[in-house]
Design a protein around this ligand. Sequence first.
Ligand code: FPP
Ligand code: MG
Ligand code: MG
Length: 339
Amino acid sequence: PKLIEALPDPFKMVEKELQPFSDSIKELVSTDQPILSMAAKHFFEKRHGKRFRPTIVQLVAKAVAAATPDTGVPSGNVQWSGASTLAEPVTPENHQGSDVWRRQAQLGQIVEMIHVASLIHDDVLDEADTRRGGEAVHKLYSNKVAVLAGDYLLARASVLLARLENTAVVQIMATALESLVAGEIMQLKSPPETLLEMETYLRKSYYKTASLICYACRSTALLGGHVYDSAAATACEEFGFHLGLAYQIQDDILDFTAAASVLGKPALADMDLGLSTAPILYAAQETPSLRALVMRRFKKKGDKQAALEALYKSVTAMDKARALARFHAQVSFDFTFGT
Ligand code: FPP
Ligand code: MG
Ligand code: MG
């Protein structure tokens, strides 16, 4: 298989398609409640972030336009067959500007709205004061307004989702919402003895981050005319699964290695929240004394400092975490070449 390094800049590849993106989202989240409008629009104006998820949706939309749909009657529940009967099959030539493309672009907006809603709520839960290089919504307004602004964005996203008129896609994206909440509660309430397990960490990472990405990818395939259990739809989901895991593992590494000014949000924040991510879990495998600290979520005075020292002393922990992120990135990339 080709290496990730061989990839052209994915953001550049769909730059044109995403250009009108922020302006149209701003319109979509307008309401006659001024505070709600301002809070909801905050992250679609100056602080719009990388637009990672809409970019992935656009790229997957291009990829599935080039894939031949599975023929034959879809098995199982008809409801899950999605948009299997397009008036005209999509090809790379007629894709851009088509109805299919418009729906996929709307899905990209919906996914970004869900993501931003989850960030606004996340910063309340994590008591994080900064996001995307500025003040978090709950700091600009209040916790109450932040909760309602997140709820409002979710409500708007639901309306737009229904407008796609594809019940399979509605079902998949509603399941993604369920997963986000499952991930957060798992992070909050996992029993101490499971906190040392790599499997618990990866499952949580799937729920809180990879699920939204992989369900968005499968939905993009369905909107492109591929049936629910087609090879193309499944490959899209697996691509998103591994990409999402790589993304979260890298985010967890950056919590230790990057400055808050670069991240645009607090650094070294995970241990303050009692969370052990890949680097610490690998360090704990080497340093038995670290395990008790992980299990009590760094609650005792001096725990965080001791854990950091153990991590920095370890020769391999950070490299192992990087290798894990790279592994998932490479696996996701391999799906784009059908290997
Ligand atoms: C950021 O993670 C947060 C998430 C990936 C998901 C947050 C989900 C919820 C709050 C559940 C509610 C969901 C909805 C749709 C309203 P992080 O805190 O590890 O990362 P950070 O460093 O960016 O804060
Ligand atoms: Mg969080
Ligand atoms: Mg957070």
